[in-house]
Each structure stands twice: as C-alpha cells, then as structure tokens.
Ligand binder design. Structure first.
Ligand SMILES: CC(C)(COP(=O)(O)OP(=O)(O)OC[C@H]1O[C@@H](n2cnc3c(N)ncnc32)[C@H](O)[C@@H]1OP(=O)(O)O)[C@@H](O)C(=O)NCCC(=O)NCCS
Length: 182
C-alpha cells in the first residue's frame, strides 16, 4: 500500500528499537491516548505488542508501520482501532514517531493511503478520530485529508496541569468519493 512518499506494511521485530524511541518520547506521546503517557514502556511490553500486532489476528484492530519510500525507513504507525463491520466505521490513529519527519507531508500521505484502504478495499463507510485541541498540526493534517470537525468533548483531556478539549473529526464515504473525483 503505497502513497506518494510512504508505504504501509506490517510490523517486524526489527521495528522494536525505532518504536521504543517513539513511544517513550514525551514530545510524541503528549499527543497520543492517555494510556501511552502515564508510564515509560519497556522493550518487553513493546515486543509483546509488536508480536500481537504483527500476527494481525484481530478482525477489528489493524496496525501498520509507515515506511519512507525513499529509503525504507520506519517513521511511524497508523491503525484502525476497532472496525465495526456491521455499521462499517472505524476509529483511526496515527503516530509519526520520528520528529524529524513532522511537517513534511508524511502523515497526510499515510492517512490518505489508509483512507484508500478503508473506502476502496474494505468497503467501510466512515472513519473518525479524537484529537486534542492543542494538536493543531494533526487537526490541519486531517482537514487536508477531508476530515471534518464533528464535535467537541469539553475538558476531556488532562495534560500538563490543565484540562483540554478533545475534537471529534470524521469523514464519510461520499466525502471521500467527492474528494477523489476532484
Ligand atoms: C499529526 C501527524 C500525524 C501529522 O503528520 P505530519 O506529517 O507531521 O503532517 P503534515 O506535514 O502532513 O501536515 C501538517 C500540516 O499542519 C501544519 N501545521 C504544523 N504545525 C501547525 C500548527 N501549530 N498550527 C496549525 N497548523 C500547523 C503544517 O504546516 C501542515 O500544513 P500545510 O501542509 O498546509 O502547510 C504527525 O505530526 C504526528 O504523528 N505527530 C505526533 C503524534 C500525533 O500527534 N498523532 C496524532 C494524534 S491525534
């Protein structure tokens, strides 16, 4: 699954050292779900996670490594975090863990590849996500992909001594088709 700058692939054990850096870097984890922020994550736990993710046995949770097309370097991960096969929607998540790669279009490219997979191959109808209000880079990137702001969970996120809003964003299939056509 290739975009303009990246491809998505399954996890390998060789990704462990890269992922360990990303998930223990507070510059990155401040933007992720609260489970990722509370404690340092050991290589033992992460290896187990990679093994399970790599086996890809869950029908609803699928996670991929984002790798650069130019030099096959892993720079992050992207995921379906609970596909609902009846109502045909899924929450999605993304982490460009390599900070040197922020603001260079990789995240937007990866999300577009995931959208193609969701709408063109898996016949999903809707994708959605939660993003913290202080993560303006992510919000901008999702807007570029066609996601719309759908609502706000007020003061749902405690971070750095204060409460912050969570923005709910989503895109439905018709919006994706209209964007693809234009
Ligand atoms: C969020 C993330 C996926 C975006 O990917 P990316 O490759 O960095 O983003 P892109 O370069 O594709 O797009 C970023 C856009 O935001 C803009 N941007 C950057 N900082 C911004 C800010 N503070 N305010 C508004 N826009 C900003 C960039 O200029 C760019 O827009 P442009 O192309 O119109 O100039 C990536 O930065 C990331 O994974 N960050 C850490 C973890 C994270 O936040 N995950 C998402 C959790 S919801």
């Amino acid at each position: 699954m290739e975009g303009k700058m990246i491809r998505l692939r399954g996890y390998e054990f060789s990704d462990l050292d890269f992922v360990m850096k990303w998930i223990n870097d507070e510059d990155v984890t401040q933007f992720l779900g609260s489970g990722m922020v509370a404690f340092p994550i050991s290589s033992i736990a992460e290896r187990k996670f990679i093994e399970q993710a790599g086996l890809s046995e869950s029908p609803s949770n699928k996670i991929f490594v984002i790798e650069t097309l130019a030099d096959h370097r892993p720079i992050g991960t992207i995921s379906f975090n609970g596909i609902d096969w009846v109502n045909r929607h899924s929450p999605v998540g993304i982490m460009i863990g390599d900070k040197g790669c922020w603001n260079r279009g990789y995240g937007t490219d990866a999300m577009r590849v995931l959208m193609r997979l969701a709408f063109d191959k898996l016949n999903l109808h809707r994708l959605w996500l939660h993003v913290y209000d202080y993560n303006q880079r992510a919000i901008r990137s999702y807007e570029k992909c066609g996601f719309r702001r759908e609502g706000v969970l007020r003061e749902q996120r405690y971070w750095s001594g204060g409460y912050h809003d969570i923005v709910v964003m989503g895109i439905v299939e018709s919006e994706y088709r209209a964007l693809s056509a234009s």
